[in-house]
Design a protein around this ligand. Sequence first.
Ligand code: DUC
Ligand code: ZN
Ligand code: ZN
Ligand code: ZN
Length: 484
Amino acid sequence: MTTVIKNGTIVTADLTYKADVKIDGDKIVEIGPNLSGDEVLDASGCYVMPGGIDPHTHLEMPFMGTYSSDDFESGTRAALSGGTTMVVDFALPAPGQSLLEALTMWDNKSTRANCDYSFHMAVTWWSEQVFKEMETIVRDKGINTFKHFMAYKGALMVDDDEMFASFQRCAELGALPLVHAENGDVVASMSAKLLAEGNNGPEAHAYSRPAEVEGEATNRAIMIADMAGCPVYIVHTSCEQAHEAIRRARAKGMRVYGEPLIQHLTLDESEYSNPDWDHAARRVMSPPFRSKQHQDSLWAGLASGSLQVVATDHCAFTTAQKRFGVGDFTKIPNGTGGLEDRMPMLWTHGVNTGRLTMNEFVAVTSTNIAKILNIYPKKGAILVGADADIVVWDPNRSKVISSKNQQSAIDYNVFEGKEVTGLPRYTLTRGVVAIEESTIKTREGHGEFVRREPVTAVSKALSTWKEITSPRKVERSGIPATGV
Ligand code: DUC
Ligand code: ZN
Ligand code: ZN
Ligand code: ZN
């Protein structure tokens, strides 16, 4: 069966032009004028773009005493509804747990996915077993990224020696390390102090994780990556201090990537001074929302290319789950939703305001991450031979975001009441129409795992660091004379 998307304007990361797109099965087979096929999708007045890729989700994740509430079914249905056709979730071994065992758990959950997906593997502890399993994960399991938490002390956090060892292993295997960059020791000590002083509300979560803890950890992760000779990808870059560290490293020739979230780009710290406990707690995530100045820095980074990817860190908890933290902000499950809203919110606040061009929009929502993860042009492209993961984007369709008609399983939306202009007319996942305007036609289990092969890319351009493998011993003749 062939499908033709007719009368639209194709927008990719580098081109805008009028052409039809023909799909046979799950692939794009022809691009050109006046194509015909068994089924026609009308794209008049629309842009035909690569489906979005959200490289940062936590679906059905055990975390802070509970599970995130969107699973692979509701999460990927939400994704498709908003024009995203692939997600990359995190397989998270408990410290001490085998990486392969954790991966099996994630494999089992993901069978319900409505769109294609992949996994990042987290390194939450270090041992010879982890060292060995990393090779199996890369070579046999098709995973080329390892996530490291510099925060969540006593739980997921790894120390610098562990991170250095893991980064060196990544360099050997052609894998890319990912880092949650917040100084977990400082966060833990500030949290304890705030609680002792009676600051137990959700606003104290933000006080415990200022931009400095993120800037420090981002710098540290980059320097450790430089010594290990590997690239590094900083997840949820939320502040100028972190962005500045990334810019500086890139200017030196290092392969360092930064990923702002749609939430940090569009919601600010004033959300935490809302007197409604639930309102503030629903927005508790790490890192927390920042000031307008930080937001401006992130937008500038996307425009100039010093930040490359917009993600969500979709990790949705219901109001009832958030209330585990009444009386103690450190027990509020960290995380916010955004999968369904990332593309419409970024179009509305980026393209419609002139902060991003349409081509930049495609780059930061799809193509750049496809290249970073080594799945381009299977994903992230409108090209013959690419997967038919396509969004037919209607720039004039509007809606007001509301939890009442969202796909996510939770009972609120952090963007509640915000109007967006720019929404999918159709979303196709490997050739199958999953969304037609507001009609949901997703197929549970349609999604397939996307293998990602290793990439050998060093990151040392102007680095001055060189390991001294056999340090020279200085012969000392005696105790030096003291005094003058
Ligand atoms: N931050 C969150 O807010 N939730 C999930 C994990 C994370 O790092
Ligand atoms: Zn420590
Ligand atoms: Zn994180
Ligand atoms: Zn995350």
